[in-house]
Every structure is written in structure tokens, then in C-alpha cells.
Ligand binder design. Structure first.
Ligand code: AMO
Length: 436
């Protein structure tokens, strides 16, 4: 049997025998000739079958083909400029229905996002959906290359934990034999542990869980967290420098490989960001957005989503940049493990990274002095005894260190100017979604 050719490679072949496999996109069953558009993961091609006088098996099979069926076809490839779809056509010799589809397709091109998520495996057949995950692959690959070239070690930290690392309010509790365990909200404690363990520079790409009941377009209850942590830093500035280098490496790879496809599918020109990214202390960012007519609610030490949009608009106008590091967040709204300013304990050596108006990452220098850590935990109402296993990491010698956590699906959503994280998550998990 002729070996299967990916549809995108057909155009480069000479006319002759080929085999293609994929799913049926459309069937045009005409009196004299039948046309099938076949798709695979790489593209679409027109198949043609002229009807003959006598009954023929292929014609009968095509007439019975339901959209979405998976078939393998052998036939003759022919280059023909008149064929709108890529200037090639395959004249069918044999057609084998490998997996027949039900005739009624449960979703249509105009189905809403929730309906599409119900039938995600069908939704993912759309070429743009397929492209999203190719881009994700390229992005992760480029990030890994950057890390490997720069001597980082890749870690896989446990996702079953004995305590929270982030807000207790967003913690999933699971039964664990006779006791309780919690799903990891972040690799935070264990990526930090690698520093006193002497690993120097580490990264992890893995799942994180948040029992966040919100239904926004940017929150999931399970997401892929991209984390890095490095030793021997002077401040969060060193973390931001590594973070922006990483993003530049990733975006350059995506633009090189998929720039044209992204423009065609999403109408977006990928910009490789210039470095250094703009950096604005949070207090100044609030003044800037206030001058633009938006007052961040007073009770909020943080920047709210509208404030993030406003500061991003300012940065775009003032610096023509899609990224901005907001720095020096108040200790009141940062976790106990963020290092506080030496001369002002009310502020932290921390940042949020905003991309096209939405937060994609949080980073910080960590507090590595165990006595200060204990005081900071107490000031947050945390019981140091519950954190003893974590505090131990810093009792036997530790370097200065810092790092960040970044949501993978958020980066993709903002890169492609999509409005919902559901589109850039392979299988979205939310408060009311555990299926498929
Ligand atoms: P933070 O809680 O800000 O920081 O999370 C880091 C990044 O993870 C992504 N993210 C989410 N994505 C989808 N759905 C969610 N519910 C969700 N929650 C967070 C966001 C966010 O910016 N340990 C720290 C990081 C660190 O300091 O290294 C942390 O987890 O893109």
C-alpha cells in the first residue's frame, strides 16, 4: 500500500499515485462527478470521483459519507491550476471508511463557546484551533531551549501537598487515605526549595489548581503554570531580565515559524518585544491611570482589571510596547514569601507582568532569611508551625533567589488577541466544567 502523505506535502509531489488519510469536511454529490474535501492535521485537499455508467462501490460509499468520517483514500494526484483549493486534486481509486461519523454533527461553525467546549474534540478540528496548539508547542520548545542553553534544570514538583502555597480561599482539598491533601496551586514552595538544594536555576511547566469560583474569560480551575526560579539575584530586577529574555526567545520562534499563518487565521501581526520592557512602580501606574480619568477603587491596594487595561493603553501610546512590568506592590497584598524593601517594609521586591492589558505573570525576589520569613508569615495571620517544612528549607543555608509563575493559556490568548482562555486551553476546567 502507498504510504500516507500529509496533505500539506501533496503540492510538492509530482503527479502520480498517493494515499491520504483524514476526515471528510464536505461532500458534493453531483450527477456526473462527486467531490469530497478531505482534511487532516496539515490542510485540506479536493478529492474527485467521476461517476461511471455501471454501479460502482466508490460512488456508493461517497454518497453515504457523513461529514466528519475518517477515511483513507488512494488515488492519482494531479496538479491543475483550475482547482481553487491549492491547485491540486486526487482522483479516488479506493476509499476506506475507517471511522464513520453519525450523520448529525452536534456543533456548527456559529455555536457558542460553551457548546463548543461540550464537543471540544470536534471543535479542535477547526484549522485555527489546531494552529493554536502548534503555536503553543513552538513557544514551549523555544522556552525550553532558552532554559537549557542557560543551564536551567527542569523539575516536576508534586501536585499533592500538605498545605496551601497561595491564598487558602482557592484551595482544593482531597481525601488522602485517613487524612487530607491539597492540590498544588503553584510549585512555589518546591521551586524555591531547589535554591537551598543548590540547583541554581530551575524551571517547570506543569499543572496548577485554583478553587476559584469565578466565570471570567481569564480564570480556570486548572491551568498550566510556567515557572522559573534563580539563585544569586540582587533584586527582582534580575528576575525581570531573565523573564523578558525568555519571552523574546519564545515570540521570535513563534513569529519565524507561524507569523504568516497567525496573520491569516487571526489577523494579528506577532511583535517580538524590544528589551528592556517598560517598568512602572504600581503607585506611579495608579497616578498615570488616574490622570487618564480612571480611579482604581480606593479599597484596592492592587491594580484592578480596568486599571491594567488603562496602563497597557498608556504604555502602548508612550512606548509602543505590548508588555509592562508593574513593580513594587504593597506587602499587604503580596504573599509572605515576597521580600520586602530594605527601607520600606510596606513595599515588596515584586512585579506583575501585563501583556496587552491582562496580567500574565507574577514574580518576585523571595525572602530567604528564616527569621524574617517567620515574622512576615505571622504578620499575615499564618501559623509558622504549619509552614515548618517550608521554613526548614531556609534554616540550613540559602542563597538570595527569585522567580516567576506565568499562565501558559493566558499568554497564548493575549498573543493571538483571543477573548477567552477557553480557546487556548486544550480542555478547559472551570467551576461547572469537568467534562469532557
Ligand atoms: P499568581 O497567583 O499570580 O502567582 O499566578 C501566576 C500566574 O498564573 C496564572 N493564573 C491563572 N491562570 C488561569 N486561571 C487561574 N485561575 C489562574 N491563576 C493564576 C496567571 C498568573 O499571572 N506563586 C506565584 C508566582 C511566583 O511568584 O513565582 C503565583 O502563583 O497568568
Amino acid at each position: 500500500m502507498t504510504k500516507r502523505t500529509l496533505i500539506k506535502h501533496l503540492a510538492a509531489l509530482d503527479d502520480g499515485a498517493v494515499a491520504v488519510s483524514g476526515w471528510v469536511d464536505t461532500v458534493r454529490d453531483q450527477k456526473k462527478v462527486q467531490f469530497v474535501v478531505l482534511r487532516d492535521e496539515s490542510g485540506a485537499v479536493q478529492l474527485v470521483h467521476p461517476r461511471s455508467e455501471e454501479a460502482d462501490e466508490v460512488a456508493t460509499a461517497i454518497s453515504a459519507l457523513a461529514q466528519g468520517s475518517f477515511v483513507t483514500v488512494t488515488g492519482e494526484l494531479k496538479h491543475d491550476e483550475r482547482v481553487k483549493l491549492g491547485g491540486i486534486e486526487v482522483k479516488i481509486e479506493t476509499l476506506d471508511v475507517v471511522g464513520a461519523a453519525d450523520p448529525e454533527t452536534p456543533i456548527a461553525a456559529d455555536s457558542g463557546v460553551d457548546k463548543r467546549m461540550d464537543w471540544r474534540f470536534l471543535d479542535l478540528r477547526r484549522p485555527e484551533a489546531n494552529l493554536i496548539f502548534r503555536i503553543q508547542t513552538t513557544l514551549e520548545h523555544a522556552w525550553r531551549s532558552y532554559w537549557v542553553e542557560n543551564d536551567f534544570i527542569e523539575l516536576h514538583t508534586p501536585k499533592l501537598m500538605a498545605s496551601a502555597s497561595e491564598s487558602k480561599a482557592e484551595l482544593f482539598e482531597v481525601e488522602y487515605f485517613d487524612g487530607k491533601a491539597y492540590l498544588a496551586q503553584s510549585p512555589q514552595f518546591f521551586k524555591q526549595m531547589a535554591q537551598p538544594a543548590g540547583f541554581g536555576k530551575i524551571f517547570e511547566v506543569g499543572p496548577a489548581f485554583r478553587a476559584d469560583p469565578s466565570f471570567t474569560s481569564r480564570h480556570a480551575t486548572e491551568f498550566t503554570s510556567v515557572d522559573a526560579e534563580i539563585s544569586w539575584i540582587d533584586s527582582h530586577e534580575d528576575v525581570m531580565r531573565m523573564h523578558e529574555e525568555l519571552l523574546v526567545a519564545g515570540f521570535r520562534a513563534v513569529k519565524d515559524k507561524h507569523g504568516a499563518e497567525i496573520e491569516a487565521a487571526f489577523g494579528v501581526e506577532v511583535t517580538v518585544p524590544s528589551t528592556p520592557f517598560p517598568r512602572i512602580p504600581l503607585a506611579e501606574a495608579k497616578r498615570i491611570v488616574a490622570e487618564r480619568g480612571y480611579e482604581v477603587p480606593r479599597h484596592d491596594d492592587d491594580m484592578d482589571p480596568e486599571g491594567e487595561r488603562q496602563i497597557a493603553a498608556y504604555v502602548k501610546e508612550a512606548f509602543d510596547h505590548e508588555f509592562v512590568f508593574l513593580t513594587d506592590y504593597a506587602s499587604s497584598i503580596r504573599p509572605f514569601y515576597h521580600m520586602r524593601h530594605a527601607d520600606d517594609a510596606g513595599l515588596t521586591n515584586s512585579y506583575d507582568l501585563i501583556f496587552n492589558g491582562v496580567e500574565i505573570s507574577t514574580g518576585a525576589q523571595r525572602e530567604h532569611r528564616v527569621d524574617v520569613l517567620i515574622e512576615n508569615a505571622k504578620s499575615k495571620g499564618l501559623d509558622p508551625e504549619e509552614l515548618d517544612f517550608y521554613l526548614d528549607f531556609f534554616r540550613y543555608g540559602a542563597p538570595s533567589h527569585g522567580g516567576f509563575g506565568m499562565g501558559l493559556s493566558r499568554v497564548l490568548m493575549l498573543l493571538l488577541h483571543l477573548s477567552n482562555i477557553r480557546e487556548t486551553t486544550y480542555l478547559f476546567r472551570g467551576p461547572t466544567r469537568l467534562l469532557p
